[in-house]
Design a protein around this ligand. Structure first.
Ligand code: ACM
Length: 639
């Protein structure tokens, strides 16, 4: 007995000495998105207390060095930035090179016991390499709290070669349904660049608010940026009452936009502005009702039921006409003014004109639309819409920009130079690519991060679900299309049900990690189990950065069916491996001493709810889910 004890102690001592010398706390490299190649060797490199970062004579790289320096300083190291290439030992060298083996936006990062070398052909590659380097540091680097531990940064010895699969790696933030301040947008950019996203699509206009100052059309923000305040479920909220104060809203001034664009540009992020027309335009119509085919009084919607949303993007039916009228010349004069200012403010080569979900039931009745159809020989409302989109494209092209729109712009014939953002699945993108147009894939079934990420009994309610595992299956290039036309993809965060930035973060992370990997990493490097393990490491980093994320991967998946007209069958599973599911039917709180789920359950007679919770290593890890039997009966189709 004594011998065993001694051996255990010796082994323990040896291994702890070994791990201090040769390893470090985060021995397993856990980078998201997964790089093209990582060669890890034994050993580690500890940053000295006084660190020198060498940079070339390049302002962008110097700025990146300052960013790296700020992060490193959270452990009180002294950091000096120096121009030069002859690095002293144990320093960090950022170097621009002309290496043909490094593809566009790629980098090579080498960490040896002698120091760190990061090579790239452009500053963007240095920026991405620094994001990878930061992920090799322990999670404390994400924290803004100063740690009183000099010499604490220990990095693995490794060589990483990396470059992106796609040039368009985007997230969309809907700032119309709920408004997010400049500081919040900057914070969102800070988080996305850690995962090598390079595009932020701002959905600037919709029925619930116009969020960009257009100096030649002041009412857009005097009227269109404000609405009555409501809290609850979108589409069921009460309408404005007469005289009610319009206190909710906000908009970006030209100065704000310039600030966002500069902030994003400094981080190699393009801002794609979206002005959503002809549908989704109630805020514009409330500001300038003369742009409607249907004269009347309009208001900025607080999320009331002014429209019937059938789902799937088909057959929208307006109870109010929320469209810009294609039959009026003044509509195009209006859009010319809007796009003149938008084109001046945003340096990105594309402008998004929306084009989705246009309710056309008012057009059907409009004499002006009928006259337009006759004059322009338009056979149906698809062609009316296509006429509108083509004219918008001419305006956007005349400002020196390319146009992109949601896949409805295919209906009735695509505008000659337009790119398509495919959201109703991949089919719009496939069709556009077949016609030789550029495509960005953001299919709702893989990339809609406004959907719930777990069971409806615990997630804030939204009309559909997209789990992390499904998001991870996003493959932007479908079989049989010209891959060079697929520019990349993006995840979209609509904010009808997102009232604040903390919840925007919850909806974004971790699903944006899956999308980041789909857009950056080689297809053959993707592996769900490996990714899921890395995601868990990154939960620690998100915690350190005080960013909220959804822990839904720890909650069970319910599959509810019926055996006969009275018997519910409950199948439970988990998205990730290694969890045990414990349950009760007696209303008490299950813990790890309760029955563990191993095969489908049948509800005991007269039970009113199933409670479940997941454990790992005898610790609760999922959230307690209370599933009423009545809800399960509904899901099983039992009356
Ligand atoms: C969309 O989701 N309506 C583009």
């Amino acid at each position: 007995m004594k011998k065993v004890h001694l051996l255990t102690i010796i082994t323990f001592l040896f291994s702890s000495v070994y791990s201090q010398k040769a390893g470090h706390k985060n021995e397993i490299i856990s980078i998201i998105p997964q790089p093209v190649s990582i060669i890890q060797e034994k050993g580690s490199f500890t940053l000295p207390y006084n660190i020198v970062i060498f940079t070339p004579k390049n302002d962008e790289v110097k700025r990146i060095a300052q960013h790296l320096s700020r992060q490193i300083k959270t452990v009180t190291n002294q950091v000096t930035i120096k121009e030069g290439t002859s690095a002293i030992p144990r320093s960090i060298l950022l170097s621009l090179t002309g290496n043909k083996n490094i593809p566009k936006d790629g980098y090579q990062l080498k960490i040896t016991t002698a120091g760190i070398t990061l090579l790239a052909n452009e500053p963007s590659g240095i920026f991405y390499g620094v994001q990878t380097l930061l992920q090799l540091f322990s999670k404390e680097i994400e924290s803004t709290v100063i740690h009183q531990k000099p010499d604490a940064w220990v990095l693995p010895i490794a060589t990483i070669k990396d470059h992106p699969r796609f040039g368009w790696r985007g997230l969309m933030l809907d700032v119309s349904r709920h408004f997010f301040t400049v500081a919040e947008v900057k914070n969102y950019i800070d988080q996305m660049v850690k995962y090598k996203f390079n595009l932020l699509h701002l959905h600037l206009t919709d029925d619930q608010g116009w969020r960009i100052q257009i100096k030649s059309l002041p009412k857009l923000t005097e009227v269109g940026a404000w609405r009555v305040e409501r809290t609850g479920t979108f589409g069921t909220l009460s309408k404005p009452t007469p005289g009610e104060a319009v206190i909710y809203g906000g908009f970006y001034t030209h100065e704000d936009i310039k600030e966002i664009v500069k902030y994003a540009g400094d981080r190699f992020v393009n801002i794609l502005p979206e002005i959503d027309v002809p549908g989704h335009s109630l805020a514009a119509i409330a500001s300038y009702p003369e742009l409607s085919c249907t004269p009347g009084e309009y208001y900025v919607s607080p999320g009331d039921r002014f429209m019937i949303w059938p789902g799937g993007g088909q057959h929208f039916y307006g109870l109010l006409d929320n469209t810009i009228c294609p039959a009026l010349e003044k509509s195009f004069e209006f859009l010319d003014r809007v796009f003149t200012e938008v084109a001046q403010l945003f340096p990105f080569e594309y402008i998004h004109m929306g084009g989705d979900e246009t309710a056309r039931n008012f057009w059907e009745k409009s004499e002006q639309i009928k006259a337009l159809m006759q004059k322009e020989n338009l056979k149906n409302l698809d062609e009316v819409q296509s006429y509108f989109v083509k004219r918008v494209e001419k305006i956007i092209n005349s400002k020196g920009k390319k146009m992109i729109g949601w896949d409805e712009i295919l209906d009735g014939g695509l505008a000659p130079n337009a790119a398509v953002m495919s959201w109703r699945g991949m089919k719009g993108g496939i069709e556009a690519a077949k016609q030789g147009h550029e495509v960005v894939m953001s299919p709702s079934d893989f990339a809609y991060i406004d959907y719930m990420q777990g069971d409806a009994s615990i997630e804030p309610p939204v009309y559909s679900t997209l789990r992390l595992k499904k998001a991870y299956q996003f493959e932007p290039v479908p079989e049989g299309v010209n891959a060079s036309l697929i520019k990349g993809g993006q995840a979209n965060l609509w904010t009808e049900q997102v009232y604040n930035m903390r919840h925007a973060q919850y909806m974004t992370w971790p699903r944006a990690l899956a999308i980041a990997e789909a857009l950056w990493s080689p297809k053959d490097k993707r592996n769900w189990n490996d990714f899921a393990t890395r995601v868990e490491t990154h939960f620690g980093r998100l915690n350190a950065a005080q960013v909220k994320y959804a822990p839904s991967i720890y909650d069970p998946i319910f599959e509810i069916t019926k055996k006969d007209s009275a018997t519910i069958i409950i199948k439970l599973s988990t998205e990730i491996e290694g969890l045990s599911i414990h349950y009760s039917f007696d209303n008490s709180f299950p813990d790890n001493y309760y029955p563990v789920y191993s095969s489908p359950l049948i509800v005991p007679k007269d039970a009113s709810a199933l409670k479940v919770i997941t454990y790992r290593d005898n610790k609760p890890i999922g959230r307690l889910i209370v599933m009423p039997i009545a809800e399960m009966r509904k899901r099983a189709g039992i009356k």
